[in-house]
Design a protein around this ligand. Structure first.
Ligand SMILES: Cc1cc2nc3c(=O)[nH]c(=O)nc-3n(C[C@H](O)[C@H](O)[C@H](O)COP(=O)(O)OP(=O)(O)OC[C@H]3O[C@@H](n4cnc5c(N)ncnc54)[C@H](O)[C@@H]3O)c2cc1C
Length: 439
């Protein structure tokens, strides 16, 4: 049943009822008004993903005399990390491995999960408005991840919706993942297209890892099929050596990599992608087109429109600006931004970074609530990012943030010789991060 049908039936009340609040032990038929701050200070977190849940837990671990509410528009947590392994049919990886319930940690650490979408922020009143109600906050954390932007492919809103439904990016958890999995399993022969997003996007290695694992699946099934990867860059965004080696050696007959290729239009009905590409003979960009049989079209990523709508400072690409080296908004001391929505620092957008920053921010907010110095810049985040290039081998990169003349910089270290030990580390990493958030 659609939400609007529920509304018609009058089952959703305008005042948030406890039945919308999961992670609560109170009885489900009890109405309570949780909109106004009464006794304790209140931190509201928008987004119950890797970043938001890490912040919630770590505020509560460090300071308990505060209400923490996490607003999440979805009612299921389906992980993007590890999803490529499931798409590629890596032995032992099931869809259930991507699914987690935040109810247990919410109960254990005493924060509230509210299944509702935040539609606006009123910074003067210090309130948020959701689809159902309005809530006051003392401090606000924006941890909303990414949204899609199909405009860079030349698609208007209608065409974008069509493209998203027909060839979902699967760059968010849920229905899109289930659809992509079916596409891969049902693919018989021909061209399977993957597009690498323009601009800054979530998990830089993910499209290339996905290409490897889908190619591996087609190869194992001996299909007369090819994965074509269209990339606006000269070479893969990260771990280029490792991915190109896999493309050229492991998947020579199964992956065709098209670098420096900018998509200008997509004909979803006739399954044609139009793109400009650099012609090394004429040294000019020329127009080309490619027909495909099925596709995973990953568009550019943008941050939530809530940032701009509420007048928060953003970068030219729309990501949040913060006061370095903190997560505090550049122009609002009561608002913090964390996870993929953040645009200030040279970190990759990853779950590990979201978790690492979330832990640090949770501790800083706890200190702020206790009227202590949050000591911005004392703890800086780190990242490790593994990519499987076959079902048994992987490559990786680490990032460590550091301060140089009060500027946050990042040191990266690449491990691009694929091996089995790194594949095992991939699985251990995933178990560790999900355990940290959902234990
Ligand atoms: C295929 C793939 C593979 C990946 N693999 C890895 C990996 O191996 N390692 C790694 O570190 N990272 C990986 N990532 C990246 C990782 O998924 C993201 O960086 C991470 O999810 C970012 O966390 P976040 O909390 O910022 O965003 P999310 O986890 O997306 O959480 C944001 C949440 O906010 C909610 N939300 C948004 N707007 C609102 C609103 N208005 N009201 C209420 N709720 C709202 C959304 O529903 C969402 O649940 C991968 C990504 C992909 C796509």
């Amino acid at each position: 049943m659609e939400r609007r049908d529920l509304l018609k039936l009058g089952l959703l009340s305008s005042v948030m009822t406890i039945s919308n609040v999961y992670g609560s032990t109170e009885s489900s038929n009890q109405n309570i008004d949780i909109n106004k701050i009464v006794n304790k200070q209140r931190v509201i977190i928008i987004g119950g993903g890797f970043a938001g849940l890490s912040v919630a837990k770590n505020i509560k671990i460090n300071y308990n005399n505060v209400e923490v509410f996490v607003f999440e528009s979805k009612n299921i947590f389906a992980s993007c990390p590890y999803s490529n392994l499931w798409f590629g049919g890596v032995e032992g990886v099931k869809y259930e491995d991507l699914l987690f319930s935040p109810l247990e940690p919410a109960k254990r650490y005493d924060y509230r999960l509210i299944n509702d979408k935040v539609i606006s922020i009123n910074r003067n009143k210090k309130t948020i408005t959701t689809l159902n109600s309005e809530f006051e906050y003392s401090l606000l954390v924006i941890a909303t991840g990414i949204e899609y932007n199909y405009a860079t492919f030349g698609l208007d809103e209608n065409k974008a919706k069509e493209c998203q439904n027909l060839f979902p990016a699967s760059y968010n958890g849920g229905n899109e993942q289930l659809t992509l999995k079916k596409k891969i399993e049902n693919f018989k022969k021909g061209t399977f297209l993957i597009t690498v997003p323009k601009g800054t996007y979530r998990c830089p290695p993910a499209p290339y890892e996905r290409a490897c694992l889908i190619a591996n699946y087609f190869k194992a099934k001996k299909l007369n099929a090819k994965v074509v990867v269209i990339d606006p860059r000269e070479k893969p965004t990260t771990k280029a050596k490792g991915f190109l080696k896999a493309f050229n050696e492991l998947y020579k007959d199964y992956i065709e990599y098209l670098p420096m290729s900018n998509i200008t239009n997509i004909d979803t009905e006739n399954k044609i992608v139009y793109y400009d590409t650099f012609d090394s003979t004429t040294k000019q960009f020329i127009q080309k087109k490619i027909n495909f049989d099925d596709a995973n079209i990953i568009p550019s990523n943008i941050a939530t429109k809530l940032l701009k709508q509420s007048g928060l400072e953003i970068t030219k690409d729309g990501w949040a600006k913060v006061k370095s080296p903190s997560f505090e908004s550049l122009n609002d001391e009561n608002i913090f931004i964390v996870g993929d929505a953040l645009g200030e620092y040279p970190f990759p957008k990853s779950a590990q970074m979201a978790n690492s920053c979330g832990i640090i921010l949770g501790e800083q907010i706890a200190k702020k609530l206790e009227k202590k110095d949050p000591q911005y810049g004392t703890s800086l985040p780190g990242n490790v990012c593994y990519s499987m290039v076959s079902t048994t081998t992987a490559i990786s990169v680490t990032h460590q943030a550091y301060l140089e003349n009060k500027v946050v910089k990042v040191k990266a270290e690449l491990f691009e010789e694929a091996d089995n030990a790194t594949a095992i580390a991939t699985k251990n990493w995933y178990a560790g991060i999900t355990n940290n958030i959902f234990e």
